[in-house]
Ligand binder design. Structure first.
Ligand code: FAD
Ligand code: NAP
Length: 338
């Protein structure tokens, strides 16, 4: 099975911020078995590797001199165990399309995660989460290529060390493990999770007390569509900064100064602050700098109308400095920088 290595390919269509940089080497992998061949090419030519899914959680700050491996495998399998079903999807599948496919087959559990951009393979990397659910809640296992060991491996849930927007793939296995398929244990019986206030309120306003999984997914899609800009219309990378977690001492000072601060208690010593609130309070909502802006409906989302990766970074640094000055809080960039 031969694969087509290309040179000097524009990555603009491959990242949701729409940043225009080149990949010196590029290969599309339609089948997991082609992966070792792609990696051999990188080793032979001494190239760094960047594995690309939907490009919705990256900032490309310069041309990539190595090999971009664009994963495009598309398999979907299921095996039923009573009321449960083990669903396995290939990494290259679009995440939202995967959820719709599960829904159509009566496999439930991923509804709250509808409309998150990107592909299945990247979902475990930051344990994607939204509206009260994280993938770890229904995750079963994944398979991929361990680059150091040069072998295929299957990792189960406990081995993935999932945390808040975090996993082993951001820590010890960073750049070491290429995920080629992910399995979820879903339910054949609806089990709707309505713990997230905005979602519960949305349903209550419409007098829907016991939503079907379809109604739940539709509600999430509707809420997201109203607030978050679709990347194909306004290029963005979702939440640009992580919600910062601060200790009690700083938290107490902030609450005294800003009684309306939005926060969530992690435990008696730590508090998660809504980064969007900090940005809005500091006046960043809707603010523009050149071709960049912080979205007018959600201050946490940076929108790019043609700026370069370097400009994105410069804007982010200016915002971080302002937030540090005003609140003594360090905002961390969520997408990975290249
Ligand atoms: P990419 O951006 O292509 O890659 C991200 C990182 O993972 C890169 O370092 C890449 O090298 C690596 N990678 C990708 N695929 C693989 C693989 N198969 N094996 C190994 N490494 C790989 N995130 C949330 O958690 N919740 C949300 O609600 C949410 N909403 C968003 C809304 C918008 C409008 C946008 C633009 C983004 C949002 N995100 C959200 C962030 C993003 O969608 C997720 O992080 C998503 O999982 C990224 O997938 P991707 O395929 O685009 O990854
Ligand atoms: P939001 O509803 O305005 O809430 C702001 C922040 O408050 C969220 O980040 C959320 O944290 C937190 N929050 C709300 N209710 C909470 C609770 N009961 N307990 C703990 N934390 C709570 O957020 P939004 O921007 O519209 O996003 C809606 C959902 O989609 C959120 O879950 C968000 O994470 C997700 N999202 C993520 C991205 C991304 O790129 N990472 C982009 C868009 C949306 P959590 O982040 O922990 O949920």
């Amino acid at each position: 099975m031969t694969i087509n290595f290309q040179k000097n390919i524009s990555l603009k269509p491959y990242n949701t911020l729409g940043i225009s940089v080149l990949a010196k080497h590029f290969v599309k992998v339609d089948n997991a078995e082609q992966l070792p061949q792609a990696l051999n090419y990188a080793t032979l030519h001494r190239l760094d590797v960047l594995v690309l899914g939907g490009g919705s959680n990256i900032v490309l700050t310069q041309d990539f001199q190595g090999l971009v491996i664009y994963l495009n495998n598309q398999g979907f399998e299921s095996e039923t165990f009573g009321d449960e079903v083990l669903v396995t999807a290939s990494a290259g599948q679009n995440w939202h399309q995967f959820i719709l496919r599960c829904l159509a087959q009566g496999f439930y559990g991923l509804e709250n995660l509808a409309l998150i951009p990107g592909n299945v393979g990247a979902a475990p990397i930051q344990n994607i989460g939204a509206y009260g659910v994280e993938i770890k809640d229904v995750f079963h296992s994944l398979t991929g290529w361990h680059r150091g060991k040069k072998q295929w491996q299957t990792l189960h849930k406990a081995q993935c060390e999932f945390g808040y927007r975090d996993s082993i793939f951001k820590k010890t296995l960073k750049d070491q493990f290429i995920i080629t398929e992910v399995s979820f244990m879903l339910s054949r019986k609806p089990n709707t999770i309505l713990t997230y206030k905005e979602l519960a309120d949305y349903l209550q306003e419409r007098h829907i007390t016991n939503p079907t999984p379809y109604q739940l997914a539709e509600s999430v899609i509707s809420i997201r569509s109203k607030k978050l800009p679709a990347p194909h219309v306004l290029p963005n990378a979702g939440s640009f900064f992580k919600n910062p977690v601060v200790d009690k001492k700083l938290f107490d000072q902030l609450v005294e100064k800003y009684p309306d601060i939005v926060y969530y208690t992690e435990n008696s010593n730590f508090y998660k602050l809504a980064a969007g609130w900090l940005l809005e309070k500091a006046g960043w909502k809707g603010r523009e700098k050149g071709l960049l802006s912080m979205h007018k409906k959600q201050a946490l989302v940076m929108v790019n109308r043609g700026g370069t990766g370097a400009e994105v970074l410069e804007f982010a640094i200016e915002i971080q400095a302002d937030i540090a000055r005003k609140f003594s809080v360090k905002l961390e960039i969520e997408p990975r920088l290249y």
